[in-house]
Write a protein that binds this ligand. Sequence first.
Ligand SMILES: *Cc1c(COP(=O)(O)O)cnc(C)c1O
Length: 345
Amino acid sequence: MVVDLRSDTVTRPTAGMREAMLYAPVGDDVYGEDPTVNELESYAARLFGVEAALFCTSGTMSNQIAIRAQTQPNDEVICDRLSHIYLYEGGGLASNSLVSVRLLEGDRGRLTAGQIAAHINPDDVHFPVTRLISLENTVNKGGGVYYELEEIRKIKEVCVAHGLKLHLDGARLFNAMVAQGSQPQDFGQLFDSISVCLSKGLGCPVGSLLLGSKELIRKARRIRKVMGGGWRQAGMLAAAGLYALQHHVERLQEDHRRAKILGELLRAHPDVKEVYPVQTNIVIAGLHAPLTARIWQAALQEHGILISTFGERAIRMVTHLDIHDAHIERVSEVLPRFSIQKEHK
Ligand SMILES: *Cc1c(COP(=O)(O)O)cnc(C)c1O
């Protein structure tokens, strides 16, 4: 048995999803004629209580489009230093939007309104113009933690007071919603743009959604085309997205329950120094020196358990649609039986 905990991107479409994809009506989406893409975009817009949505190939693309659409060259974007838009999008902010970035150090990737307010540049020719705030929810590098809605409301107030746009990298926003009992409209009301991934916990093979006003999405559609992201009979992929939004959201609780078990197993392990609080489907653990994440990864791989390294001494496990109780049982058999630390001593 292989237990693939590297990421929630490794899932394969479920039988129901494949069925939905197979029979989806399609057309040319660059002409606006794919009925299933149109249905997904309007369904998602209604779900979040916003005017419009755009179906994109990836979360990187929808984030990059959102930033490009809401900034001018030389503007500044404020985000946490752990942000995906900064760390994992290949420096796209620089080449796609020609913006500078102000990195702040939040609480496991979560910023406060006060922190943001303290880093808005004054109107002075020396400084770049602060234009956009980007939050990530849940925070991947923070161990899947989510924002309290109250803090986001305060951040929104700061944005309104200073005329700033507010973007949400909600690659795993549905994990946050399920864990805290919040609703899509809660976020739709607060953000100027939202990116959500369909290909993470929701289990689609491809796709992300960008949500916002009609005007934003009209602009975004143009930018997507420039990036080479105009696609044709994408309805087969949109059908997977619709299916996921209708069938794969509630079950995220299962992923969270299993992640908590993994967190406890790691916490009890002699090689493990600390485990981040587990709020959703991501478990990050720091190992005791001189152990390295690579050594642990290789040792677990020999037992058929695949994990990610997250820096030199941290590892990440992610639960998802294709991780069942039997996989967790397997990990609970293997983990207590090995300790590299002991062998080293
Ligand atoms: C995965 C992810 C994205 C987008 O990734 P793609 O692989 O481009 O779809 C964006 N933000 C966060 C926090 C992510 O985890």
